[in-house]
Design a protein around this ligand. Structure first.
Ligand code: ATP
Ligand code: MG
Length: 332
């Protein structure tokens, strides 16, 4: 049975991002398709530089200059948002689509307390909507305390008075999640939300995401370079390599029956998935630069199963079965 019937909450088709550089135009995201249904957690995985953050930024239309969307479409709640002007896009940000940035310092003001920062977001939402904010004591403070409790902060009153530099990495991440949840968005884009945390705190934060999905039916685009983290959290996985989708499917398909040699390599090189004691595998070589992409399949110079055709023609995304797709000549 399909747990996620009907139209997707977010549909990305043929998305292409370009950056004009001195050496010419590069495309860190080069024609990718995926969708996210309400309440679904979709993992976007790939090595550093594969285009994960640029995909997330495209959805919110916050690509850094001189980058821009060059092709494809992004449909959110049935509406194409790719051509919306800044005035139409601004109300979506935070309220309907929240972004947890890879670098927490971009989202927090170092000179303001945690309480002030959450209040500021709530005021922006409820103040605008009601036209008359009910005041800190009656409305914003209880809601702020509630949000901090929701993300597992045991002494929210005390934490509200702290500044970002007083907080540990795990605590900062909890605050960012509270801020993302504060406007009850339909979609959260969480960009490497546990990358700098130790494994115990990481496990706690992953549990929080699962908890909120269950409680609020929030959809999450979960960006990570760690397939072990994706395995614990996501319903479906999109494997990105140098701006192209290599494989896509349910987490079960990707973990139990991966078909793309790149996905297989990612799994074999992950200590959380491979048995302890075994020597971990490493994918040889490194990601190509966007100015000098290999012909054919972008992964071919690093692939142990490459065939002559892999250097000549780019493989198409082909069905393995159901919604399990792969872009590899071994399966075309
Ligand atoms: N301002 C820019 N000008 C030119 N190219 C850029 C610019 N910003 C990003 N890129 C290109 O986009 C590529 C993808 O970047 P992106 O930040 O999406 O990678 P990522 O998958 O999020 O990596 P990481 O895991 O390190 O966060 C980069 O490798 C770079 O080539
Ligand atoms: Mg990134």
């Amino acid at each position: 049975m399909n747990r996620f019937p009907k139209k997707p909450l977010l549909q990305v088709t043929g998305l292409r991002v370009g950056f004009q550089t001195r050496e010419g135009e590069v495309s860190p995201v080069d024609g990718i398709d995926f969708e996210i249904h309400a309440g679904e957690i979709v993992g976007l995985i790939g090595e550093s530089g594969s285009g994960k953050t640029m995909t997330g930024y495209s959805i919110l239309s916050i690509l850094p200059h001189p980058g821009g969307i060059r092709g494809g479409d992004i449909v959110f709640k049935g509406r194409s948002i790719i051509k919306l002007g800044e005035d139409e896009m601004r109300p979506l940000r935070g309220k309907e689509i929240a972004y947890i940035f890879q670098d927490p310092t971009t989202s927090l003001n170092p000179t303001k307390t945690v309480g002030w920062q959450i209040k500021h977001i709530l005021e922006k939402k409820w103040g605008e909507e009601t036209g008359s904010p009910n005041g800190w004591e009656n409305a914003y403070k209880p809601r702020t305390l509630g949000l901090l409790k929701d993300v597992g902060i045991l002494s929210p009153e005390a934490v509200m008075g702290l500044y970002p530099h007083n907080l540990s990495g795990g605590m900062l991440q909890r605050i960012l999640i509270a801020m993302a949840l504060s406007c009850s968005p339909d979609l959260i884009i969480a960009d490497e939300p546990t990358t700098n945390l130790d494994v115990i705190v990481e496990a706690q934060i992953l549990k929080l995401f699962l908890h909120f999905r269950a409680k609020f039916h929030t959809a999450i685009l979960f960006i990570s370079h760690d397939i072990g983290v994706i395995a614990e959290t996501c319903d479906r996985v999109v494997v990105l390599y140098a701006g192209k989708i290599m494989e896509r499917g349910s987490t079960r398909d990707i973990l139990r029956s991966p078909v793309h040699p790149y996905t297989v390599g990612l799994l074999q090189s992950n200590p959380k998935i491979e048995d302890e004691g075994e020597r971990l595998f490493q994918i040889r070589g490194e990601l190509p630069t966007l100015h000098d992409l290999p012909l054919g399949c972008r992964f071919n110079p690093r692939c142990d199963r490459a065939m002559p055709i892999c250097e000549k023609r780019e493989p198409r995304l082909t069905k393995v079965n159901g919604d399990h797709l792969v872009a590899c000549h071994l399966y075309e």
